[in-house]
Design a protein around this ligand. Sequence first.
Ligand SMILES: [Zn+2]
Length: 126
Amino acid sequence: MKTARLTYKEWISELSERYENKDDTEFVCPACGYHQTLKQCRDAGMSDGMIGFSCIGRVIEGSQDAFRANKKGPCNYAGGGLFKLNPVLVIYPENDKEIEVGVFDVAERPFCDDPRFAIPESKKVG
Ligand SMILES: [Zn+2]
């Protein structure tokens, strides 16, 4: 699986470069491949902390199970669950240390395809 790693500052500036209107930011669920915009997620009732972290299917009735073979989203995938699939690692400063949070990639020029954010083989875990 492809991954990417960037700082929170880089992530925000890269996102605004890709999507002039923040509402149009289009996340791709790593479990089902379903595309969901920031606006769609908000309209569906997701909190900002869930958007781009868990699939929009979590708040839509009748969504499919994230780990079933038939992948046709939306699904109930949650980034905080046992299986960590979120491919983009964003580094947030927290007090005097840094924390890494895995988020969804985006549809427009995916971070995982950008060599600037590639994780060197030696730093990969798992
Ligand atoms: Zn999904």
